[in-house]
Design a protein around this ligand. Structure first.
Ligand SMILES: *[C@@H]1O[C@H](CO)[C@@H](O)[C@H](O)[C@H]1NC(C)=O
Ligand SMILES: *[C@@H]1O[C@H](CO)[C@@H](O)[C@H](O)[C@H]1NC(C)=O
Ligand SMILES: *[C@@H]1O[C@H](CO)[C@@H](O)[C@H](O)[C@H]1NC(C)=O
Length: 417
C-alpha cells in the first residue's frame, strides 16, 4: 500500500532535494499522504495502468538561443493536446523543485532532473489538474495541457552563466523558448489560458503572470494560479531567516535582480522582491493563490531547518504535524496567522481567488488525491478543483480560508517516515 500511495505523490518526492544554507541535501525519503484506514478506499486510488503518460519533448531551439538547463542540456516539456470543446483552451503548468544559490548546490543539481534534461523522466503521468479524465479534473481535462520542466534552479527567471563552474542560469531564456514553442503549437490563438505552477514553479507563475498575459489578444481569458508558491519571509525557531538568506544567494548568483518587477524594486531590495508576499498585490492579471497554511516544505526548511534545531527537538514534528506538541503547534499557528494576514489585501479585488487550507502539505493541484476525489481536501465543502474552476469561470465563491489546525478533517497531511 505504501508504494502505491507513494507513486501517486511522486511529485512531492522531488521536493525533497533541499538546499539548506546553500548545501543540497538529497534525502531519499519516501513521503506519502497519511490516509487513515477508512479513508483509504480502493476506488480512490488510481490504477497505474489507467494513468495517462505523456512523453518529454526537448526544446531544440534552446541551442541557438542559449536557453539551456544548468548543465547546458536542452530544456523540455510534456504536451497533451486538447479535444472537443477544449481545443482552443490551454493550461501551462510550470514544474517546481527548489532553488540553488551556491556554486556547490547548483553543481549538485546538474546531476538531477532539476538541472539537466539528461536526468528527466522520458514520460510523466498527467494527474490532478493535468488529468485527461472529466471525473478527476472537471474543468480542464480536455484542454491542451503542458508541463514545462524546471531545470534552472531559479524559478524560470535567472539569466547569466558562470563559465568557471560550467553553469548556465537561463531560466528566463527557457521560459521564452518554451513560449515560442507553444506559440507554434497553437497557443497563439487560444480562447482561454491558465498559467499554473507549483512550489518554485508557483513562484514563477506569479513572476511571469503579467508578461504572459501580454502575449495574448485582449479577448483571450488569461489567468494565473500559484500552487504552494506563497513562500513567506519567515523567522525560524532559532531566530534566523534561512529562506531570505537562500533567496539573497539565488538572486545574486543567477542575476535575477534585473528581471524582477520595477514597482517592487522601487520599494524593496531584490531579495524581498523574490518573495511572493511582496509581489502578489501588484500582479495586474487575475491570480489565484492556493497554499496550505501549514505548508510542509516551509515548515521543514524555512521554520525548523536542522541548522536551527541542533538538539533535534523539532525532528518529529517537522515531518508529521500529528507529532507536534502544544508549543510547537502554537508556533505553527503564528505562521498561519501571518499568511492569512498577508493575503487579506490580495483577496479584496474580485479578480483574485484563494484557497488557504489548514493542511500539512505542499503542492495540491497535480496530486490526484488533493485535487478532486470525493475525499479530497475541502474548505466550506468546496474542493480545490471546484474552487479554482469557480474562480476561473467566474461562478463565484472562490475566496476560501480554512479555520486553524486541526479543525479540518479533510486534509491529506504528508508524513515522512
Ligand atoms: C486512525 O483511525 C483509528 C480508527 O478509526 C483511530 O483510532 C486513530 O486515532 C486514527 N489515527 C490518526 C492518526 O488519526
Ligand atoms: C532586504 O530587505 C530585508 C527587509 O528589510 C532585509 O531583512 C534583508 O536583510 C535585505 N536583504 C539584503 C540582501 O539586503
Ligand atoms: C515541545 O517542544 C519544544 C521544542 O520544540 C520543547 O522545547 C518543549 O519542551 C516541548 N514541550 C513539551 C510540553 O513537551
Amino acid at each position: 500500500m505504501k508504494k502505491l500511495v507513494w507513486s501517486l505523490t511522486s511529485f512531492g518526492l522531488l521536493l525533497l532535494m533541499l538546499p539548506v544554507n546553500g548545501v543540497m541535501e538529497y534525502e531519499e525519503i519516501e513521503r506519502f499522504t497519511d490516509f487513515n484506514g477508512t479513508r483509504m478506499v480502493e476506488n480512490d486510488v488510481h490504477s497505474e495502468a489507467k494513468l495517462l503518460r505523456v512523453p518529454l519533448t526537448l526544446i531544440q531551439s534552446g541551442t541557438e538561443n542559449g536557453a539551456v538547463c544548468l548543465d547546458g542540456s536542452l530544456p523540455g516539456y510534456h504536451f497533451h493536446p486538447g479535444s472537443g470543446s477544449g481545443t482552443k483552451n490551454w493550461l501551462v503548468q510550470l514544474e517546481g523543485g527548489q532553488w540553488c544559490g551556491t556554486i556547490k548546490s547548483c553543481v549538485n543539481m546538474k546531476t538531477t532532473s532539476h538541472g539537466s534534461s539528461k536526468y528527466m523522466e522520458k514520460q510523466l503521468p498527467f494527474t490532478g489538474i493535468l488529468s485527461d479524465k472529466a471525473a478527476e479534473n472537471p474543468d480542464f481535462y480536455n484542454w491542451n495541457r503542458v508541463k514545462i520542466r524546471y531545470c534552472d534552479g531559479g524559478s524560470f527567471i535567472g539569466d547569466i552563466e558562470n563559465k568557471a563552474a560550467k553553469l548556465q542560469f537561463r531560466g528566463m531564456r527557457i521560459w521564452t523558448a518554451a513560449m515560442v514553442e507553444l506559440m507554434g503549437k497553437g497557443i497563439r490563438s487560444a480562447k482561454q489560458v491558465l498559467l499554473s505552477g507549483c512550489s518554485a514553479g508557483g513562484l514563477a507563475a506569479i513572476l511571469h503572470c503579467d508578461k504572459f498575459t501580454n502575449m495574448f489578444d485582449p479577448s483571450t481569458r488569461v489567468k494565473c494560479l500559484s500552487d504552494a508558491g506563497l513562500f513567506l519571509d519567515a523567522t525560524d525557531v532559532s531566530g534566523g531567516q534561512p529562506l531570505s538568506r537562500l533567496y539573497a544567494d539565488v538572486v545574486k548568483l543567477q542575476n535575477i535582480a534585473t528581471q524582477l518587477p520595477n514597482d517592487c524594486l522601487r520599494r524593496l531590495n531584490s531579495t524581498s522582491c523574490f518573495f511572493a508576499q511582496n509581489l502578489i498585490n501588484q500582479v495586474k492579471n487575475p491570480l489565484f493563490i492556493l497554499n496550505a497554511a501549514y505548508d510542509s516544505w516551509q515548515i521543514q526548511e524555512s521554520l525548523t531547518p536542522k541548522s536551527a534545531d541542533p538538539s533535534g527537538s523539532w525532528s518529529d514534528c517537522r515531518f508529521n504535524i500529528a507529532k507536534c506538541n502544544a508549543s510547537q503547534i502554537k508556533f505553527l499557528h503564528g505562521f498561519r496567522t501571518r499568511m492569512v494576514n498577508l493575503i487579506s489585501g490580495f483577496g479584496k479585488p474580485s479578480k483574485n481567488g484563494m484557497f488557504i487550507n489548514s493542511c500539512f502539505v505542499q503542492c495540491q493541484t497535480e496530486n490526484h488525491n488533493t485535487w478532486y476525489t470525493k475525499n479530497s481536501p475541502a474548505v466550506k465543502n468546496k474542493r480545490i478543483a471546484t474552487a479554482v474552476g469557480d474562480w476561473y469561470f467566474e461562478r463565484g465563491g472562490a475566496k476560501l480560508i480554512d479555520c486553524a489546525y486541526p479543525c479540518d478533517k479533510t486534509c491529506r497531511n504528508e508524513v515522512v517516515e
